[in-house]
Every structure is written in C-alpha cells, then in structure tokens.
Design a protein around this ligand. Structure first.
Ligand SMILES: *Cc1c(COP(=O)(O)O)cnc(C)c1O
Length: 377
C-alpha cells in the first residue's frame, strides 16, 4: 500500500493471514465440499469450546448473526430494545429490519460502553431486551446489566463483535447472557473474510437459528426438504470456515500482540496534554479491537484527523452516535441527543491497532500527534 508520497499507508486495522491459512483454504477448494461440509461444524465447535458455550451457529456475517439472534428471541414489530448509541449501525439496523425500535442509551466516558446506570429509566412496557456492545473489545458491566434484566424480566443479547478473546472477571466474553454475537470481518479478532456467529447455551434458540440460517427448511425422515418456518440464506461456506478454523488456533496469540500495542502508545503519548488515552480495568481484559483517543478540545478533532490522514495514517472514527446518521434522523430519531455520546462523537479518533503493527509505526504515529500539538503552540 504505497501512496503518491511513497510513504507506507498504515491502516487502522487489518487481518493477519499466513501460509497455514492459505493452505487450509486451498485444501477446501480441492475437496468435495465448498459449503455446508465438515468445516462449518468444526469451526462452530471450536468457537463454542473457546468461549465456553454449548452451541454456535456460524453464518455469513455478523449482521446476519444479529438478525437471526433477534428473530430467535421472538422480537417483533412494536417491541423496544435498549442498546448503546456508540456502535456500528448493524446493531440497531437489524432491529429496524424486524420493526423493533432501538432505544439508545448514553455511554460512560471511561469505557465508551453503554452506561448501565442509565438503562432502567429507558425501560417501558414495550421493552423486551437489552443489547450491550463491548465497544473496542472492553467488556460492559455485565453483572449489573444482567441484574437489571432479571429485575425487569428482559433478555440480554451481547453484540460481542469487538470482543472475541476479551474476558470479564476471568470469564471469556461469549457466554455471559442469552446469546453473544461475533463477526469475522478482516478487522476483527479473527477473520473468515466475511462471517459471523451466534453463541448460546439455549437449545431452543439454537434450533430456531439453524432454520433461520437456511430458508426454514429441514430434511424429513425420507430426506425430503420441508419448510415449516420462514428463513433466509445466511450460510457460511467451508472455504470461509476452513480459514476461521486455522485462524482461531492463533486467536490468543493475536490478542497477545494486540495487548502490547496500547503500552507502546502509552509510553509515547502519556505526557501529551491535548488528548485522553484509553484505559483498561484489569478485571475487564480488553480484546483491543480499537485504540480510541479523544482530543480534550473538540476544535482539534478534525484538523488532527486530517493531518494524520495526510501523513498516510489510516485514522478513523468509531462511531458517530447511531441516531446521528441521516437515515436515523429522517426515520424517527430526529430529536435524540445524548450528552456523553455527543461529546464522544465530537472528540474521538481511532488510531491503528492490529497484531502485526510494528513499534516503529506506533512511534511514527505518536510523533505526528505530538508534532500536531507542538505546531499549534
Ligand atoms: C463488525 C460489527 C458488526 C457487523 O459485523 P459484519 O460481520 O460486518 O456484518 C456488528 N456490530 C459491531 C459492533 C461490529 O463491530
């Protein structure tokens, strides 16, 4: 990735694919099964074992995983679901897809996760579930969220797309609530190209999701295809899950490498007064999917972002509050504003983090941030 200035582009995130991964994929291409073969089941087993859940349903994307999880829970038009304002649009979009109204909760300014203490005031007779998102890989305060859910008889589904490999008080993220969702997009902890999964201990949800994944069709005792319920084609291929199986063996190593990068940023940037660095609570072990800094003066946000982009650093923005997107503004969320989510949106910049980023790249990025602030003085 070379640009005009002949400087190497440093992306905000990227996959790590080695020869073993390539061989695993090419072996599938030479086999009898390109899809719905043995690798899908083996990948599901490996995922379930890794997070300590009974069942996994692997599908074509994290978005598809959200969709079938919401449907298997029985969510329907007119229901409300409380979720965080700070997430990728898919978390809320799949609620809209089934006519459910997302109710956006404000975020904490230490973790940028849903502020669990603001959930209860959003609960109405229509509320059916809470969908926390472990933003940037930092686990939400699940004990408190599960306690609120129990008290009000609500379900909890975790959007854990950032958090494969993270842990909560020593327990792996992926089986703390009714269902947990993962994505295997190239920037996530492991990749299958596109792909996703739902993890659960609940056999009823599991069986419903198997049908939702494949047209609602199953084989009867004669081998005939019978459709008894509605479904989609959300299947993932063996080509993808062979890659996933090869990747999951390296997951802990990937997370270990990600966990070093914040230390490098911290060493370079801790004395820079213009910004706030992310912090980790030692009981909430982050998967470090994203490394988000915030500028203290929101006037620095766009110029710093543009300056870093000009230096070929793939800084990015995760996320504008979901309700602030034009589509949401035009479709019932025109009046929604949340104090911390808005402040966050005005000040956050995501810096590059991925397993193969080099220390000298981190030093280069940090130097550019320091020279931006030095140039202003
Ligand atoms: C990546 C992501 C998704 C969607 O996953 P895809 O595999 O891209 O469909 C959903 N929610 C969050 C928080 C994500 O980061």
């Amino acid at each position: 990735m070379i640009n005009k200035k002949n400087k190497k582009y440093i992306p905000v995130g990227r996959q790590t694919v080695d020869r073993g991964d390539i061989k695993a994929v090419s072996d599938v291409l030479k086999s009898d099964w390109l899809t719905q073969g043995p690798d899908v089941k083996d990948f599901e087993k490996a995922l379930a074992t890794y997070v300590g859940a009974k069942y996994a349903v692997a599908v074509s994307s994290g978005t598809a995983a959200l969709h079938i999880a919401y449907l298997s829970l029985g969510l329907k038009a007119g229901d409300e679901v409380i979720t965080t304002a700070n997430t990728f649009v898919a978390t809320a979009n799949m609620l809209l897809a089934i006519g459910v109204k997302p109710i956006f909760c404000d975020i904490r300014l230490d973790t940028y996760n849903i502020d669990e203490e603001q959930i209860e005031k959003l609960i109405t007779p229509k509320t059916k579930a809470i969908v926390p998102v472990h933003f940037a890989g930092v686990p939400c305060e699940m004990d408190r969220i599960l306690e609120i859910a129990r008290k009000h008889n609500l379900s909890v589904i975790e959007d854990a797309c950032h958090a494969l490999g993270a842990s909560y008080h020593g327990r792996k993220i992926g089986n703390l609530s009714s269902m947990s969702i993962f994505s295997f997009h190239p920037v996530k902890s492991i990749t299958t190209g596109e792909g996703g999964a739902v993890l659960t201990d609940n056999e009823d949800f599991y069986n419903k999701m198997l049908l939702l994944r494949s047209h609602g069709v199953f084989k009867d005792k004669n081998g005939f295809n019978v459709m008894e319920s509605f479904g989609y084609n959300y299947r993932i291929t063996d080509i993808q899950t062979a890659l996933g199986l090869s990747q999951i063996k390296k997951l802990d190593r990937f997370i270990g490498k990600r966990r070093v990068v914040p230390k490098w940023y911290e060493a370079e940037l801790k004395a820079e007064p213009g910004i706030v660095l992310p912090k980790e609570n030692k009981n909430l072990k982050s998967a470090w999917h994203l490394y988000v800094i915030r500028v203290k003066d929101k006037k620095d946000r766009l110029p710093l972002y543009q300056y870093l982009r000009g230096e070929n650093i793939g800084v990015n923005f995760h996320y504008p509050a979901v309700y602030s997107h034009p589509y949401y503004r035009k479709n019932g969320f025109g009046g929604v504003n949340l104090k911390n989510a808005d402040l966050y949106s005005d000040t956050a910049i995501t810096l590059p983090i991925f397993p193969t980023i080099a220390r000298k790249e981190v030093v280069f990025i940090a130097d550019k941030i320091k020279s931006y602030f030095a140039g202003k003085k």
